[in-house]
Ligand binder design. Sequence first.
Ligand SMILES: [Zn+2]
Ligand SMILES: [Zn+2]
Length: 101
Amino acid sequence: MSKICSECQQENPSTANFCMICGTRLVENTEMDKMDELHNELSDAKDTIKVLKDVLKKQKTEKTNNNDISPDTNTVNKFCRYCGKPVSVSQQFCRHCGKPL
Ligand SMILES: [Zn+2]
Ligand SMILES: [Zn+2]
C-alpha cells in the first residue's frame, strides 16, 4: 500500500511520514502518537547509526581491493543528514522527517 500525496500526487511508500517530493505530511498524529513516533525514531536512528558504522568499517577495509564496484545508483545510496535514515537520490525531501535533502 502506498500513500498518495494530497499536494503533488506523488506516490510514497506506506512507511513514509512525509512526501518525498514536496515534504507534505502524509500522516495525522495525535500528540500521544507523536511522542511514540519520536521514541521510535530515536531508537531507529540509533540502529541506523550502528549499521552505518558497520558499513563504513566494511567499506574502509574493502576499498583497497575493490575500486571498481559501483553501488546501484537507483537504490539507497545516501542518508538524510537530519535523521540519518537511508533515502534515494530521487527524493527531494526525507520521507522520514520531512526535511529538504
Ligand atoms: Zn507531495
Ligand atoms: Zn530525515
